[in-house]
Design a binder for this molecule. Structure first.
Ligand SMILES: Cc1cc2nc3c(=O)[nH]c(=O)nc-3n(C[C@H](O)[C@H](O)[C@H](O)COP(=O)(O)OP(=O)(O)OC[C@H]3O[C@@H](n4cnc5c(N)ncnc54)[C@H](O)[C@@H]3O)c2cc1C
Length: 436
């Protein structure tokens, strides 16, 4: 018997999922709106378009992006061999000729006897059979409405308003203290206390910091009113931040015995406590500027950014509330999601999500249970991130801070990353061999 699946969206996630499923003998109907309709960011007519940079990031195994790609090769990625074939020189990164890459992926899709391509804009989710929605960060129009109707109002976001996230291992713990305001809770926050001079220098640096240019379709809408960028707040007055996200009320710095002049709170981002976000620090500053200016926050001088703050157009589900392991909707288990719309952020992350969702779909078709890869793998860590409880869920790309710490702590960063990567790759190999 030939199983059939409908995939909506032939971007990074949809193409990778379609090729993997077809390779397993599953018939795929792939619905892609191009060339009839294009989002404001898509410029080409082909499949798997890289809308911005042509880099698929680092290849070194001892990097988050390198580990992710190594895992994807084990999982049977079809996109990475195409990328290898059309790579362009880019130091240690895998960068590609974007047109050749898209053409190469398109050729594989079009040549596969089990893949039928329909060029049309899907405006609804089919009622029958299994569907994989992979319409990306610029999904909108009737389909977005249909997704929201299935998922529930308020569960689909259209803009990122994300504060930076830093790794716990990179914080200077001698400069920060754990406490909740007015000692409520369990000292849940890490606090970075400023004195007056430090705050004034920070405020001045924030006023002068360079802001990232925005596309027309990224221009802030009213949705940003409730989460104003810190640099905009800083321009409203010298003390605005001290009455906003940097308010020191209810806190006492144990080193001075006094209330700080201003304070930045860091909140746990994951259950393991390996990542912390800067509370209320949504920002549009250029990434280098975030490192420079936020590095002035006490305790953050050597901060490693697991993700920078961003504010741009980005359609994504409140996945922790809506999805089960395997990326199916709790409310409609026949509807799966893959790619950036789930919160896997980035080209390769989206493609990896396509591979994982394809495996989950195949498990469903075969009547078996899908178990995600272990959290020691980058794919497993990202899967867990998008399904673990999170009151302020924002998309996340691959980063070493997502992985559980090593049993034996390792201070040297390069060496730590190498050990984490080797552990992850071994765990992925075991997971794949147990799966068959
Ligand atoms: C402006 C912008 C720049 C980005 N730059 C980078 C970057 O430099 N590096 C990086 O790693 N990540 C970047 N990203 C993030 C993200 O990794 C990419 O957007 C990635 O392409 C997401 O993959 P995807 O498969 O989820 O979606 P996409 O690759 O966008 O694929 C979605 C596909 O679905 C189709 N589609 C949409 N709606 C419908 C519909 N109703 N019916 C039928 N087809 C439909 C689209 O035409 C498209 O082909 C960027 C995102 C944006 C928006």
């Amino acid at each position: 018997m030939i199983y059939e699946v409908c995939i909506i969206g032939g971007g990074l996630a949809g193409s990778e999922a379609a090729l993997w499923l077809a390779g397993q003998g599953v018939a795929v109907r792939l619905v892609e709106q191009k060339p009839l309709h294009r989002s404001p960011a898509h410029q080409q007519d082909g499949f798997a378009e890289l809308v911005c940079s042509n880099s698929l990031k680092a290849e070194r195994l001892d990097s988050a992006a390198g580990l992710l790609k190594a895992e994807m090769r084990l999982l049977g990625s079809s996109l990475l061999p195409v990328a290898d074939a059309c790579r362009v020189a880019a130091g240690g990164a895998l960068a590609v000729d974007r047109e050749a890459f898209s053409a190469g992926v398109g050729a594989l899709l079009e040549a596969h006897p089990l893949i039928t391509i329909e060029h049309r804009q899907a405006d609804a989710i089919p009622d029958d059979g299994l569907t994989l929605v992979a319409t990306g960060p610029l999904t909108d129009g009737p389909l977005a409405g249909a997704i929201e109707a299935l998922a529930g109002g308020g569960t689909l976001s259209f803009y990122d308003a994300a504060a930076p996230i830093v790794t716990a291992a990179s914080l200077d713990m001698d400069r920060v203290f754990a406490a909740s305001r007015y000692d409520r809770g369990d000292a849940d926050y890490l606090n970075c206390p400023f004195d007056k001079a430090g705050y004034e220098a920070f405020h001045a640096a924030l006023l002068e910091a360079e802001i990232a240019p925005l596309h027309d379709f990224d221009r802030p809408l009213t949705v940003y009113e409730g989460c104003m960028p810190v640099e905009v707040m800083a321009r409203r007055g010298a003390d605005t931040l001290r009455y906003g996200p940097m308010r020191p009320v209810g806190l006492r710095d144990p080193r001075t015995g006094h209330r700080p002049w201003a304070n930045v709170q860091l909140r746990r981002e994951n259950a393991e406590g390996t990542l912390y976000n800067l509370v209320g620090f949504q920002t549009n500053l250029k990434f280098g500027e975030q490192q420079r200016v936020f590095g002035m926050i006490p305790g953050l001088v050597h901060a490693e950014f697991a993700r920078y703050g961003v504010m741009h157009r980005n359609t994504f589900l409140d996945s922790p509330k809506l999805l089960v392991d395997g990326f199916a909707l709790k409310a409609r288990p026949d509807v799966f999601f893959a790619g950036q719309i789930t919160g896997f952020e980035g080209y390769m992350e989206s493609a990896a999500c396509g591979l994982l969702a394809a495996r989950a779909l195949l498990a469903r078709l075969a009547g078996s249970v899908y178990t995600p890869p272990p959290p020691k793998t980058m794919c497993g860590a990202l899967s867990r991130y998008v399904t673990a409880e999170n009151a302020d869920f924002q998309p996340m790309g691959a980063n070493m801070g997502l992985l559980p710490p090593l049993a034996q702590p390792e201070k040297n960063k390069r060496e730590r990353y190498r050990k984490l990567a080797e552990r992850g790759l071994a765990a992925m190999q075991d997971w794949i061999s147990e799966e068959v």
